[in-house]
Ligand binder design. Structure first.
Ligand code: F6P
Length: 324
């Protein structure tokens, strides 16, 4: 058991639906253990500038259904520098904070690891629509984002079929293609272009479209993860090589917003409560993770070692088979 009296909680990096549920569960669980909670605004930036508010149950009672993060967020350049990390740690110590719960993705994990040398115990909750934290099978926000993308693509497809066009839809995921993979499979895309698998060869896409065209098909759907290639260029190439009219839709930030799905609210609640339990057990510098649908935890450094750019190979192979 620990003798933690006060903790801080922040959200960092891209906002993700479900972050609010995690903060809510952190506050509720902490109160049940008699621990005070300080909410830090704008992620690591707010830690440096000590932009905070003491959170009580009333502050978080009605946030479960809200998209975004009510604590706001940032991608802090300053936190990359040791002098600002020291300032952040001094702020925590001066204000009697014993530990930090940080909710975010890959960048937040790297920030938390760098923060260890300042002697601040940090528990990380994986929250990012990209699912780019490899030690866990789930990161908060992915389900909402994938569903939002799927619904938008369904609508785009209706129009594409009506006009007999090819639609190239760009979804989020600069380094990781899970949103593209899931939204693409769920909408029966003809091709799904993923950063992890991209070999720079457009011919496989245009050849497949030509083949299907010859078989009598009249509309096509290509889902591409941002960062792989320029979607308008890809659409132009498809038009040139196949003669089929092609249109681009970039889904952008609509994928990050909106009310969290039940899964994101539930996993946010589970992960938030588990983070506080880890602190109560006296654990130091851990990341909350899901494995076989069970909550587990890893050391932060170990989580960084596990970071890779591998996709679930069965899901990927199946996406190829189902788009034949
Ligand atoms: O949060 C993840 C993510 O949405 C990525 O998919 C995307 O590449 C990036 O954030 C966009 O970040 P920003 O909000 O800084 O434009």
């Amino acid at each position: 058991m620990s003798n933690i009296k006060k903790i801080a909680v922040l959200t960092s990096g891209g906002d993700a639906p479900g972050m609010n549920s995690a903060v809510r569960a952190v506050v509720f669980s902490a109160f049940q253990f008699g621990i005070e909670v300080v909410g830090v605004f704008r992620g690591y930036e707010g830690l440096i500038d000590w932009e905070v508010k003491n959170l009580d149950l009333e502050d978080v009672r009605n946030i479960n259904n809200r998209g975004g993060t009510f604590l706001y967020t940032s991608r802090s350049e300053r936190f990359l520098q040791p002098e600002y990390r020291k300032q952040a740690a001094d702020n925590l110590r001066k204000n009697g904070v014993d530990a930090l719960v940080a909710i975010g993705g890959d960048g937040t994990l790297r920030g938390a690891i760098a923060f260890q040398s300042e002697g601040i115990n940090t528990i990380l909750i994986p929250g990012t629509i990209d699912r780019d934290v490899s030690c866990t099978e789930y990161t908060l926000g992915f389900d909402t984002a994938a569903n939002t993308a799927m619904e938008a693509i369904d609508r785009i497809r209706d129009s594409s079929v009506s006009h007999g066009r090819c639609s190239v839809v760009e979804v989020m995921g600069r380094k990781r293609g899970y949103i593209a993979l899931w939204a693409g499979m769920a909408t029966s895309a003809d091709a799904i272009v993923l950063p992890e698998k991209w070999d720079g060869n457009f011919d496989s896409i245009t050849d497949a479209i030509k083949r299907r065209h010859a078989d009598g098909r009249n509309s096509y759907l290509v889902v591409v993860a941002e960062g792989v290639t320029d979607a308008p260029e890809l659409a132009e190439l498809i038009r040139k090589k196949t003669g089929i009219e092609s249109r681009v839709s970039v889904l952008g930030y609509i994928q990050r917003g909106g009310q969290p799905t039940a899964k994101d609210r539930m996993y946010g609640s589970l992960m938030g409560a588990f983070a506080v339990e880890l602190l109560q057990m006296g654990k130091q510098n851990r990341i909350v993770a899901i494995k076989n649908d069970i909550l587990i935890d890893y050391d932060l450094e170990e989580a960084l070692d596990i970071q890779n750019n591998m996709l679930d190979s069965f899901q990927y192979e199946l996406s190829l088979r189902l788009s034949e």
